[in-house]
Design a protein around this ligand. Sequence first.
Ligand SMILES: O=C(CO)[C@H](O)[C@H](O)COP(=O)(O)O
Ligand SMILES: [Fe+2]
Length: 222
Amino acid sequence: MAHLPLVAPSVLSSDFSRLGEEIKAIDAAGADWIHLDIMDGHFVPNITFGPEIVKAVRHVTTKIFDVHLMIAPADPYLEAFAEAGADVMTVHAEAGPHLHRSLQHIKKLGKKAGVAINPATPESAIEYVLDLVDLVLVMTVNPGFGGQSFIPASVEKVERVRKMIGMRPIRIEVDGGVSAETAPALVRAGAEVLVAGSAVFKGDPAGYAANIAAVRGVRGSV
Ligand SMILES: O=C(CO)[C@H](O)[C@H](O)COP(=O)(O)O
Ligand SMILES: [Fe+2]
């Protein structure tokens, strides 16, 4: 078992022209999971990439592929992302009326199932699917873009989700504006997986290890 919190760099902030090399660099720099943001230009106002790109970079690392699906509907694409090599597949509670069915589908594909909630969505929206999920992703910005400012009310939401989960073996992940400055309060509130894009992919790749360590809460040399 890896030490907590886990850090999952979001490749949204990487150099897409060198995606494979960037993933290798964060792997070597101590990333625990690799966070892949899938955006459809419909559920969110931005478009990234699909299962073919996930498949193309699957061979460069053995780390967990944490696939954040910001697409609606998600169901028609679950199988393709599973085949492409996703390990954790997270769907948004806001992405469709049949969240329970989507999560059942992910479990049936043999993958870890995650459910994400946007900043405006109350945690009660996921109360009745908790027995189907391995991960709850609390969005700490509005989804769609990297480099946005952290929403402070998210800390209290993480605390509420932590209480709601109780003794269930579910990890809480946070995503958006997570940095060395914002991470400590989130970890104290119960977050165990820290997604960070712009806080990791800044400066030279030689600095990625220090950037990851700083988000994790490890100060000084690495
Ligand atoms: O899901 C996301 C955006 O919708 C990204 O994972 C997130 O924005 C990471 O970027 P940053 O750490 O720069 O905020
Ligand atoms: Fe994300």
